[in-house]
Design a protein around this ligand. Structure first.
Ligand code: ADP
Ligand code: MG
Length: 245
């Protein structure tokens, strides 16, 4: 059924940086319409996995399949066009543009970074996204005037600008208050209700387990658990990875 169709499949994905194996023979699938948690201690290889999936660089070996198509090693712009968007742990807004422009510019290729190329529907869509991520009151301000939680929502807004089917979010809860975590959780749930599939990274389990349908846990680049939040909470290997690491 559509519910269990694989959106994304990683098979034996390995990424080496010189002698460092950041991702080690990692295999997992992401199902249509789910919110998947992707957790592991700092340095476990979470962001590197997103880099491979989103086309920042190819994996050293292994296969990445998106909706049945082998997309291993495809460049980021091609993957964005297919519907894969990601956020970065270190925010990357254009600081000389307004919040609204940042979101609007995410909808057009880099080569067209000129506001004169904007069409009316681009701006209208950017305003919708701005409201969606709760930044309407900041629309004409610069990113450096935003509070931390606002920058995070801008990062999500820029990803939404590319109209993704699969949204990869890297550590969205870092540095948020519990109210801001709740608000971010609400946003992710509403995106899923609109039909999006989400993979959400966190380096700890708290906050994330209430949001997600399923969790993959990695440690030293390897998958050590794959299950429901309840299964993960009580998994000895997971506790060991966090306490013993
Ligand atoms: P996580 O996101 O789970 O905290 P990362 O994927 O950022 O972990 O990093 C995994 C491992 O790969 C770490 O040992 C890190 O130092 C290393 N690493 C990540 N990116 C690079 C890089 N560009 N060059 C060399 N080593 C890297
Ligand atoms: Mg990371």
């Amino acid at each position: 059924t559509a519910q269990t169709e694989d959106v994304l499949r990683l098979e034996n994905v390995t990424k080496q940086f010189g002698s460092v194996t950041a991702v080690d023979d990692l295999s997992f699938t992401v199902h249509e319409g789910e919110i998947l948690g992707f957790i592991g201690p700092n340095g476990a290889g979470k962001s590197t996995t997103f880099d491979c999936v989103s086309g920042t660089f190819p994996p050293t070996s292994g296969t990445i399949t998106y909706r049945g198509e082998d997309v291993t090693g495809r460049p980021q712009h091609a993957l964005v066009q297919k519907g894969i968007a990601r956020t970065y742990q270190t925010f990357r807004p254009l600081n000389d543009r307004t919040v609204l422009e940042n979101i609007a510019l995410s909808q057009v290729p880099d080569s067209l970074f000129s506001l004169s190329d904007f069409r009316a529907d681009t701006e209208e869509r950017a305003r919708e996204i701005c409201e969606r991520v709760g930044l309407e009151q900041y629309a004409s301000q610069r990113p450096d005037e935003l509070p931390h939680a606002g920058l995070l929502r801008l990062e999500v807004g820029r990803a939404l600008g590319t109209d993704p089917d699969l949204l990869l979010v890297d550590e969205p809860f870092a540095g948020l208050t519990s109210d801001e975590v709740d608000r971010t959780t609400e946003l992710f749930r509403s995106l899923r209700e609109d039909g999006m599939t989400l993979v959400v990274i966190d380096h700890n389990m708290h906050g994330l387990l209430d949001l997600v349908d399923r969790v993959i846990v990695i440690s030293f680049g390897e998958k050590i658990a794959d299950g429901t939040p309840a299964e993960i909470r009580n998994d000895p290997a997971v506790q060991e990875a966090y306490l013993g690491g």
